[in-house]
Design a protein around this ligand. Structure first.
Ligand SMILES: Nc1nc2c([nH]c(=O)n2[C@H]2C[C@H](O)[C@@H](COP(=O)(O)OP(=O)(O)OP(=O)(O)O)O2)c(=O)[nH]1
Length: 151
C-alpha cells in the first residue's frame, strides 16, 4: 500500500479503432474544481479493481456502459500524479450502451476534436490534467494510423 488515493479516469472516445473525438466533462463541484474540465471518473473503492471502479463511475456519472481499450501509459506505476495525495490511471473507453449525459458531478459534456490540439489544451482543465491530456493527444496522433489496442 502506498497510502495514495487511487483515482481512475475514462478517456471516452467515439471509436477505439478510429478515435476522432474525446468526451470531456465539466465539474460542477466542489467549489474549487467547479467549471474545470476533467476525465469522467473517480476514486477506486477499497477492494475494488481499478477497471471495475472506472466502469462504475462512468455508469453513475454518464449513464453509459463501456468497452475499455488500452491504458494511457503513465510515468509511474500508480498512474499520473494529481497532487501529493492522489494519482490517476486513465483508460481509453468507448460507450457500448447509452448516450453520455451529465447525470452526476458535471454540468456539461463536450465532444472535442482530437486533431485540434490547441482547442483541447485550451480548455480550462483541472491543472494536474494538462500533462495527461497532452500525452493522450500524442498517443492518439499515433493511432490515427494504428488502432488502439483492445482489451
Ligand atoms: N474524475 C477525475 N478526478 C480528477 C481528475 N483530475 C484530478 O485532479 N482529479 C481529482 C479531483 C478529485 O480530487 C479526485 C477525484 O475525486 P472525485 O470527486 O471525482 O471522486 P468520486 O467520484 O469517487 O467522489 P467522492 O465519492 O469522493 O465524492 O481527483 C480527472 O481528470 N478526473
Amino acid at each position: 500500500m502506498t497510502g495514495l488515493i487511487q483515482v481512475v479516469g475514462g478517456a471516452v472516445v467515439d471509436s477505439l479503432e478510429r478515435p476522432e473525438t474525446l468526451l470531456v466533462a465539466r465539474r460542477s463541484a466542489p467549489e474549487h474544481l467547479a467549471g474545470l474540465w476533467e476525465f469522467p471518473g473517480g476514486k477506486v473503492e477499497p477492494e475494488e479493481e481499478p477497471e471495475t471502479a472506472l466502469r462504475r463511475e462512468l455508469a453513475e456519472e454518464l449513464g453509459i456502459d463501456v468497452r475499455l481499450g488500452s491504458e494511457l501509459a503513465a510515468e509511474t506505476t500508480g498512474g499520473w500524479p494529481l497532487n501529493e495525495r492522489a494519482t490517476m490511471r486513465v483508460w481509453f473507453a468507448e460507450a457500448t450502451r447509452g448516450e453520455p449525459l451529465p447525470l452526476e458531478d458535471h454540468d456539461e459534456l463536450r465532444w472535442v476534436d482530437l486533431r485540434d490540439r490547441e482547442a483541447v489544451l485550451g480548455l480550462p482543465w483541472i491543472p494536474a490534467d494538462y500533462p495527461i491530456v497532452s500525452a493522450l493527444l500524442d498517443s492518439v496522433a499515433g493511432t490515427l494510423r494504428e488502432p488502439l489496442r483492445l482489451e
